[in-house]
Design a protein around this ligand. Structure first.
Ligand code: SF4
Length: 578
């Protein structure tokens, strides 16, 4: 069978987000979206691929479905983020804390074997619980009093759109006005595939217990751990994150949030070279040039484009009054809307940003093209940026997830800083989870470090590549894990997930995550922003109040209450505060 080298990129897709929220990560439709590998039709023809492709890297391989796509350049393949993509990503973080999720060299070729299933993957990772279907329940929602809740914040992505109008009929959410497709899927399906009972793993299977027993078991695991990891927190409120940090300190463990695998490199780059921050409002009212670099906001943050590019501002008359530039290695859906699309070679963002900085200063670029972009196009883009009245650059994981990691971001930040010698430019990372910015803020104000905070010496410290969650798991350093409102089994590389099968794991979540397959204790939680109120930070650092729209299911508590009870129990087991 012919096999060729390809550059693998992973990333969000709209259908992955929608199925995740509407049908859950254990559903067939979700898995179908994450097992579909996008490949250029010419590569499919060249290799004689029919409907399946085998992808291999460093001894790991799996068979996936192939989906022809002109959006992917020849020599590259794209897999939506999730358990399939991560199965072939290794746990090496190059001392930065984040694995390379993009621009990775893999082998690919036609396959005759059956396509991998979710259960095959979880089993080979050492999952403890595969029979969760029977435990997955829907809340029985009833019609009743009709209400409209105004100014609701959407608890999905870092845009935290806070202008939704949610129509409720009894305990049913029947309409979401103002939310994007993913937001609608999240609110209208809030009641589906819920964790409604606490479970403890006994005799090899998950056994229903009462909440006190589950908390007692969880506390025992944490109190007996030599070095525990508390991870997640970007899908919960600031008030819960504060408690998780306190618990990590009591345990002398580590508390890390999901920025460790998304914009961790951005945080590190900002610590080194600073930034030129802004809030959304000036972009809406003033920006005449908007650049998205390595971000497919149209699929990952759909309303971001409508509220900051398409909408009327005080001094901008909507889309026609703004130039939209997209820089990406793939012709994304956002690129279809762009006035200028710059297709950069995968993993060459640092080179392109450096060439743009040279072009700004009229320095000669000797090579006819840089990072696959013709020299003339680089000069043209530099000129457009220099002559903008107010420019805004949003960058995504296309920049943070490739080999040069924080060096990419530093180059992009310096480009924007230097543009301010001519005109006004600002930049902002496109934050994924709705409160990942809040997780960084809370961690910073309580410990001085934005993520990966280790308390093992009795004081906080952060060592990227050592105290970061992927490294701690991949190196087998931690001996227990508490996962709150997050799903590392779906988003961490293979080696890190494998360690979850070897240590006791506690999961606090509202829905059945793939990490539940590795759990020894599962505690149900209310959905923050729908069933529980709280505070979250929008991607531009603005704190937003998240309303409660409906009540949590009977007997199910919010993260804040659960963490208070768990912390009290751990304290009493350790003989504190009596
Ligand atoms: S853009 Fe993000 S925050 Fe806004 S409605 Fe869509 S998913 Fe929710």
């Amino acid at each position: 069978m012919p096999v060729a080298l390809f550059i693998l990129n992973t990333g969000r897709s709209l259908s992955q987000g929608m199925y995740m929220e509407s049908e859950g990560k254990w559903s067939e439709n979700y898995f179908k979206t994450v097992v579909a590998v996008e490949m250029n039709p010419n590569d499919i023809k060249r290799l004689g691929v029919k409907d399946r492709v085998k992808i291999a890297r460093n001894g790991s391989s799996l068979v996936a479905l192939v989906k022809p796509s002109d959006r992917v350049p020849e020599g590259a393949i794209f897999i939506p983020m999730g358990p399939v993509a991560n199965f072939i990503i290794d746990g090496d973080t190059d001392g930065v804390g984040i694995p390379s999720f993009k621009a990775i060299e893999v082998e690919a070729g036609p396959a005759e074997e059956p396509v991998a299933t979710l259960r095959d993957i979880l089993k080979s990772l050492g999952a403890k619980n595969l029979d969760v279907d029977a435990l997955m329940k829907d809340i029985s929602v009833q019609s009743g009093e009709k209400r409209v809740v105004e100014s609701v914040s959407c608890p999905f992505c870092g845009d935290l759109c806070d202008y939704l109008k949610i129509e409720v009929d009894g305990s049913k959410i029947v309409r979401n006005v103002g939310g994007c497709a993913v937001s609608i899927a999240k609110f209208l399906n809030y009641h589906k595939h819920r964790v409604l009972e606490p479970y403890v793993r006994r005799g090899g299977s998950l056994t229903k217990v009462d909440l006190d027993t589950a908390i007692e078991e969880a506390a025992k695991i944490l109190a007996n751990a030599r070095y525990a990891l508390i991870y997640g927190l970007s899908n919960t409120c600031v008030e819960a994150i504060e408690l998780a940090v306190e618990l990590a300190e009591i345990l002398r463990g580590v508390v890390d949030n999901t920025s460790t695998v998304c914009h961790g490199p951005t945080v590190l780059a900002i610590q080194e070279v600073g930034t030129v921050a802004m809030t959304f409002a000036p972009v809406l009212h003033l920006a005449d040039v908007v650049v998205f670099w390595g971000s497919n906001a149209r699929e990952a943050h759909a309303n971001h484009v409508s509220r900051l590019v398409m909408a009327m501002g005080r001094f901008r008359k909507g889309r026609k009054d703004r130039k939209l530039v997209v820089v990406d290695s793939r012709k994304t859906m956002l690129a279809d809307m762009a006035d200028i699309f710059i297709q950069v070679e995968p993993g060459k963002d640092l080179e392109l940003a450096t060439a743009l900085r040279m072009a700004l200063r009229d320095l000669e670029i000797e090579s006819p093209s840089v990072a696959g972009v013709p020299r003339e196009k680089i000069y043209e883009l530099a000129e457009l940026m220099k002559t903008a009245r107010y420019g805004a650059l949003f960058f995504g994981m296309g920049v943070t997830h490739t080999g040069a990691k924080l060096r990419n971001i530093q180059a992009v930040i310096k480009l924007v800083q230097e543009l301010n010698e001519w005109t006004k430019w600002v930049l902002l990372p496109m934050r994924g989870h709705y409160n990942v910015t809040g997780a960084n803020q809370v961690s910073l104000w309580l410990t001085g470090y934005p993520y990966a905070v280790d308390f093992s010496r009795g004081f906080p410290r952060m060592i990227p590549g050592v105290t970061t969650a992927v490294d701690l798991l991949a190196n087998g350093d931690v001996d227990a894990a508490l996962i709150i409102a997050s799903d590392p089994a779906a988003h961490f590389p293979r080696k890190a997930v494998e360690h979850l099968s070897k240590i006791p794991v506690i999961v606090i979540d509202a829905k059945w995550s793939l990490t539940a397959a590795f759990a020894d204790v599962i505690i149900p939680a209310g959905l923050v922003g729908i069933e529980c109120e709280g505070t979250a930070y929008r991607m531009d650092g603005v704190p937003i109040y998240m309303k409660k729209v409906v009540n949590p299911p009977p007997g199910v508590l919010c993260d804040v209450e659960l963490l208070k009870r768990l912390t009290e129990k751990v304290k009493s087991m350790k003989g504190w505060g009596e």
